[in-house]
Design a protein around this ligand. Sequence first.
Ligand code: ZN
Length: 653
Amino acid sequence: MPIPVSLRGAPGSLRRKVVVACRLLWQVSFPVMMMMVCATASLGVAPATAWSVKPYRVLLVVEHWDDPASVVIEHQKDYFQPVAALLKAWSVPFEILRRDQQHLDVSCLFERSGQVRYGVILWAADNPSYRGQDLAVLDQAVKDGTSLIVADSRFLDPVLEKLLGAKFKGVYTSTDPLRVRQPHFITRQLAAAGMGSVETAWDFTDRSWVETTGAQLLIDQADHPVVTVNQLGPEISATWLGVQQLGSLRDSAYWRGLLFRSLIWSLGYLIQPNLDYSHSVEIEIDDWGAADKAFLSYWRYPEPNETRLRRELIVPLQKHHAVVSANVVSGYVDRKSRRIISPWTQNFIDQFGVRQDYTSARRGLLEAVRAGVIEIQSHGWTHMQPDLESPPGPWWTADLKGEASAGGWYVEFEDRRRGKEIPAIVQLSHLQHSLDCLWQDFEQHPLEFRPGGGAWSKSPVNFTPRVAASLGFGLFHAEPTSYYYLDHTLVLDLAGLGQEITASFDRPLNAGQWPSHPDGPVMLVFHDRDIALQAGFVDRLLSSLPAGYTTVSANQYVALLHADIDCAGGNAWQMAFDYGSRYCAYFDKHRSYWRLWLSDPVRKQLEALQHIDVYMDGTMTDRWGPSELARGTMVLEVPPGARRHVCRLEAAK
Ligand SMILES: [Zn+2]
């Protein structure tokens, strides 16, 4: 929420601008700021522009979190996963307060300075987790500038009722349409998208019946409020979203749009990646370096050599301006020596009479890295059971026509042959080997980990994504539907955003029928096998993508998810993009683009200034005039550099 409280300008324009400034002063600390501006103006000194910006941080209040250690969020166990995943996908900074372990008090909601810590509280808790606890502190935070959004909750507390200007009455069932009742920023997109009235036929689920006691009614269903907003101050609001389950906020364009615009309305602004994920695909090619292709009858093919890689991978990727992941296995399980050795020293004729030249394959991969068309990621270390000795092994000497061909041997992070998990320490060791070897072989730090065969351990102690997170991976992806955001404190299931597709040369691609989501790319996997066994596969695949599709690379996706965005006021509206962590290495050599959304009141404040100058890292890069500002959304371009970048918005001089 940028609030210009006084303005710098030519003397002739001072009077008009001070009037504008005073009109904008109904923000926070009205009397103090009013006095400051008027005093400055009456002294005849060119006043400086001061901006008050709402904290760019969301507090997600949840009732219960399955992980007692508050690290892992899973879609099967944590009802709030859809909202956490959306906030992460939108790059909106958020923290979680779990009512089953934490007490909502001043230490949560206020900074040491006395300022509120959050721009908005997203309340997704329901009775009885907060019954009997005094929520007066919430009232204080809202008074001091924190907005409130309540979703999928009966808000059975007098403070919540007062703030929302509404009261829960009971349940009801109705199949009447949902209707937008009055124009408002939060519902404007619905009307524009022809969803001013939407049918709910055959939806007999129970809904919350509330009565308004002061709130504006934005959407109703047969006179039952469905979305309400209570404007508590010019930039402070309390919004109720009568969604029946949080998953709808992610899965329904209707509810997703309402949450997104409620956040903009509550914060005054929002900054999200300027990337159309609904037309993006993140492509991964598995199994480079794996040993099995030289001896498994049902998975045999030559490792593509340098020449083939140039023709079948590098050229088509360049032609389509695509960047993909090569998921590499850097530990070669050698049945001859019964050791784990480097794949990249292997050049031999296999038992099927096929030349296997891994030395050449590595040269081809290195060339593709230099050409900027592939990124090296981890597919584990060996793609095989860590224990190749115990019964029903040893695998080393077992018959390849029988026991040694059993699929359970060929996965690494779950013991499918013996029906067990892989202990965390063994996973840790294999992943560390993978990291070390990929650095030795390619001088690359992978940020994505894909366990072979989609096999991984799921109990809390052996939870594979958490093990990967502890080693600095930023993304975990295992078919058929598992992909997780990872950092050192959070392992967040992104299920329901990106859709997972496995392609192969001998099956129809059907790219036109892939499901899409605005908040995550399609995660597409195929194998080096497809390049080995069909000439032109990569070109055919990329040519089949629907119009407008582009690739988002794994490192780019990880960088976007991990970008640390912070906003502050002062003599400008400052937006800092911190790319200093290793997760954001992609941005060292690449520009990044962010979309800034403005609420109506904030947009009007900027419009009142006529022109806004945009400075990026101290250099003026743009000037927004009335026509740009009228759109209410702009794109910010951040230059390359894996460091902190600061964008400043100032009133044009
Ligand atoms: Zn694999």
